[in-house]
Design a protein. Structure first.
Length: 103
């Protein structure tokens, strides 16, 4: 198995996926609306925990949201915590919702 890490959007399942080689290592579930993506749950398979894959997954999806000009609602505690620790992503959350998420 390859150690290549990839992040892909799986719109049919409403989730982003992080793969290590051919293995699904984790997911970030979302709901989309025009101009908005709400993250509701992130999970990394226990076989891949502690390798930073959750952070790689969320950084990738937030970078993609920024490039597409899409606002983010971080209902998922992992996504919210990531944004708190990386304030450069805070501007993705609409200003009127930042206090709701503690940002």
């Amino acid at each position: 198995m390859s150690d290549t890490v990839t992040v892909i959007d799986n719109p049919g399942a409403e989730r982003y996926e992080v793969h290590v080689g051919d293995a699904l290592a984790g997911v970030a579930q979302y709901r989309r609306r025009p101009g908005l993506i709400a993250f509701i749950h992130t999970e990394i398979d226990t076989r891949f925990e502690g390798q930073g894959l959750g952070s790689r997954l969320i950084a990738g999806v937030l970078d993609e949201a920024r490039a597409a000009g899409v606002a983010v609602l971080p209902f998922c505690p992992f996504v919210n915590g990531f944004i708190e620790r990386h304030p450069e992503y805070g501007s993705l959350v609409p200003e009127e919702f930042r206090s709701e998420f503690g940002l």
